[in-house]
Design a protein around this ligand. Structure first.
Ligand code: NAD
Ligand code: DAU
Length: 335
């Protein structure tokens, strides 16, 4: 029976991936290793815990003994575990170095020792830096990370590459654009704006709101990772994106109009330090080599997502009632 170690499976993308995989592969076994940091939430996996093919282990990817033991039981590793928020990395980079770089290296060491079949590193388009008005990130674009977060993700990618080239470890790296969808922590643009709009609270937009991100529904990210895990050519990097470039202000206005809320809720605030201007992914390689196609258009995906948050306000309110309040005050003051 195929056994997969999924790290960071209680977070946004990891939990969506576990839900997707457990249904698609009833003959696989899954171990979810997650430290349950501020954004790890077992409620993202409600219902899954009863599945006999699913096992949750609370622990840190930097824990050598634990990781060695878990990796000895599995065939594959998909590494989602990371500190993932750019703003937090600007305020306090240290934990990003520990989790994102040292954690990945610890997993790589165990993967090498136990001869696993594939190590898949879930990375990000942010490792490529920022684009001007034209052009796209391809897999050949030089790594030029600009934030402490993206610098740690790029470092981890380089370690993955090094373990492939030095030790012949079977690896893939995926680099995806901005995800949206259910179970995303409300520090990220889309769930933050939906949740503030629902409460008639100000929607804080950094700078002039004209920065561009390339959005992909989390479901389509999951199908791409599944494909790369099973069919990706060893040692290769695959970019993942859906050609959905939007300015932040466009997204915020779309959320407000879908919820019948007034644009006067928009509040322009100080810009993010080192704010990358534009991301845009060229995903031709995964489309032509592996036949991946996204299912969602942004227009259908965003409406479905807004509805999900409308129907799951209990989930959101619980998250926002804890440490989140302090974080929000630190970030946005009295906005
Ligand atoms: P998230 O912050 O929602 O979830 C991260 C999960 O990892 C949490 O459950 C957390 O508890 C766990 N975790 C953190 N540090 C850990 C550690 N040291 N040991 C064990 N578990 C730990 O993040 P996400 O948005 O789901 O992103 C998942 C991965 O995908 C990250 O590696 C991120 O860099 C990458 N990625 C994210 C996006 C995006 O738009 N969100 C896009 C491309 C790539
Ligand atoms: O590109 C992939 C990356 O996307 C992932 O690697 C990261 O883990 C993920 O967090 C995301 O990074 P971004 O910085 O692009 O996402 P975020 O949701 O934080 O911000 C999206 C855009 O919205 C960005 O230009 C900053 C802006 N923004 C964000 C917040 C939280 C605002 O204007 N106001 C806000 O309050």
């Amino acid at each position: 029976m195929t056994q997969i170690l999924i790290t960071g499976g209680a977070g946004f993308i990891g939990s969506n991936f576990i839900r997707y995989m457990i249904e698609k592969y009833p003959n696989y076994k899954f171990i979810n290793l997650d430290a349950l940091t501020y954004c790890g939430n077992l409620e993202n996996l409600e219902g899954i815990e009863k599945n006999p093919n699913y096992n949750f282990v609370k622990g840190n990817i930097t824990d050598k003994k634990l990781v060695d033991n878990l990796v000895s039981k599995v065939d594959y590793i998909v590494n989602f575990a990371a500190e993932s928020h750019v703003d937090r990395s600007i305020k306090d980079p240290e934990i990003f170095i520990k989790s994102n770089i040292l954690g990945t290296q610890n997993l790589l060491n165990a993967a090498k020792k136990h001869n696993i079949k594939k190590f898949l590193q879930v990375s990000t388009d942010e490792v490529y830096g920022s684009l001007g008005k034209t052009g796209y990130f391809t897999e050949e674009t030089p790594l030029q990370p600009n934030s402490p977060y993206s610098a740690t993700k790029a470092s981890a990618d380089l370690m993955v590459r090094a373990y492939h080239n030095t030790f012949n470890l079977p690896v893939n790296i995926t680099r995806c654009s901005n995800n949206y969808g259910p179970y995303q922590f409300p520090e990220k643009l889309i769930p933050l704006m939906i949740s503030n709009a629902l409460k008639d609270e100000p929607l804080p937009i950094y700078g002039d709101g004209k920065n561009i991100r390339d959005w992909l529904h989390v479901y389509d990210h999951c199908t791409a990772i599944d494909l790369v895990l099973h069919e990706g050519k060893l040692g290769e990097v695959y970019n993942i994106g859906g050609h959905n470039e939007k300015q932040n202000i466009e997204i915020v206005k779309l959320i407000l109009s879908t919820l019948n809320k007034d644009y006067s809720l928009i509040k322009f605030v100080n810009d993010r330090l080192g704010h990358d201007k534009r991301y845009a992914i060229d995903s031709n390689k995964i489309r032509t080599e592996l036949g991946w196609e996204p299912k969602y258009t942004f227009e259908t995906g965003i409406v479905e997502t807004i509805n999900w948050y409308l129907e799951n306000q209990k989930w959101m309110n619980k998250i926002k009632s804890g440490e989140y309040q302090e974080y929000y005050k630190k970030m946005y003051g009295n906005t």
